[in-house]
Design a binder for this molecule. Structure first.
Ligand code: SF4
Ligand code: SF4
Length: 369
């Protein structure tokens, strides 16, 4: 496979050109005028950060991306899909509240915020891909219906995939509740009997009649459950939880196949940016962020969703690990930082599978601007 171009700019800045201006110059390398038709609806997929987390992309940087799209005649909106777990982004009301509290107010970012999969994550479009594991994918409807997709991902470590970048932002982040369930678990959710108070709200809400009460406790018919995950949100006592799939390689492959589904139908109308700042060991889905594992590195942009993730992994691993971080081993330049934090996770699987699917190339040419 031929080398894909990845554009990079570092963290050096001056009075002449500050970091937001450098980010905009980087965007200029992507020829977005050929990607964004006049008056097209442009979804900027990002992560607004869980409440208490501070590692997510700064809203003022996001504003630069928004303004650049406006200047090309596009109509951008910021979007993410609701989470599976009951944190501060599990439904659209708390998700949007968290986003605004984290600084993504209209007055700051100059674009509306639209949650891609509706009030409780049930608004999805079915995308048929028929690949190794996923036949039909369930994607947040607003993302499928947008004309253009710009992925704006915070690059960092991730507890399930080793690292989280563009493939994570798209494959997992754009999936509806049902799509997230399909990736995280092969089975119905589980009920923690000790926490269940037998209120019956889950049974009343389940559209598949897959939950029933027995001896004052909820039970699930696994053969009826379609894995929509709505009962997890409904339970007032947090007695229902995801049955996390222990098969991590399979999970990584599913995420790559979901990325394919998200980009299906977009053709050339997509572009990808990774922000390499506050490179924390874990996802922004947590209500905290541990100290960065390497120094801030800069911004990367590409039209290839695989190259844009391979390049920052290589760059992070080439760095010296920071002494006050969670890194115990693997601190030397050239040592694998992600394998050091998560020894049981082989992060190459998602990249290899994505390349096999024809999503892009792991071979890249880095162009520093
Ligand atoms: S995941 Fe959906 S289908 Fe399954 S029990 Fe819960 S609400 Fe019912
Ligand atoms: S909603 Fe929760 S507490 Fe109520 S019956 Fe269902 S599992 Fe039990």
């Amino acid at each position: 496979m031929s080398a894909s171009r990845v554009f990079f700019t570092d963290m050096r800045a001056s009075q002449k050109e500050n970091l937001p201006a450098k980010l905009e110059r980087l965007l200029g390398c992507l020829d977005l005028e050929t990607v964004i038709p006049d008056r097209s609806l442009v979804a900027i997929k990002l992560h607004f950060g869980e409440k208490g987390n501070t590692a997510f992309i700064r809203p003022l940087l996001v504003r630069r991306v928004v303004d650049h799209i406006h200047s090309l005649g596009g109509r951008p909106f910021l979007t993410d899909a609701n989470t599976l777990y009951s944190g501060t982004r599990g439904n659209s009301v708390s998700h949007l509240t968290t986003a605004v509290e984290n600084g993504f107010a209209y007055s700051v970012v100059n674009a509306p915020l639209i949650i891609a999969d509706g009030m409780r994550g049930a608004s999805c479009a079915e995308v048929e891909i028929n690949r190794e594991i996923i036949g039909t994918a369930y994607i947040g409807r607003e993302i499928v219906e947008s004309d253009v997709l710009i992925s704006l991902a915070h690059f960092k470590g991730h507890e399930l995939t080793g690292f989280g970048g563009t493939i994570k932002n798209l494959g997992m982040g754009c999936a509806s509740r049902r799509g997230k369930m399909a990736q995280h678990a092969d089975l119905a959710p589980k009920i923690k009997a000790k926490k269940c108070i037998g209120c019956g709200e889950c049974a009343a809400h389940c559209a598949q009649s897959a939950i029933f009460l027995e001896e004052g406790r909820a039970r699930i018919h696994p053969e009826r459950c379609v894995g929509c995950g709505e009962c997890i949100l409904i339970c007032p006592n947090r007695a229902i939880s995801v049955r996390w799939n222990a098969d991590i390689p399979r999970f990584q492959k599913k995420m790559a196949e979901y990325t394919l589904a998200v980009l299906e139908g977009k053709g050339d109308r997509a572009a990808f940016v990774n922000v390499l700042t506050q490179i924390s060991p874990a996802c922004d889905c947590h209500g905290h962020n541990d100290a960065p594992i390497v120094q801030d590195l800069g911004f990367m942009a590409s039209r290839d969703p695989v190259a844009i993730d391979q390049a920052p992994v290589d760059m992070v691993n080439a760095q010296a690990g920071l002494s006050h971080s969670c890194l115990v081993e693997g601190k030397m330049p050239g040592e694998d930082k992600f394998r050091s934090v998560y020894p049981q996770i082989d992060w190459t699987i998602q990249l290899e599978h994505a390349e096999r699917l024809g999503l892009g190339s792991r071979t890249y040419e880095m162009i520093t601007i």
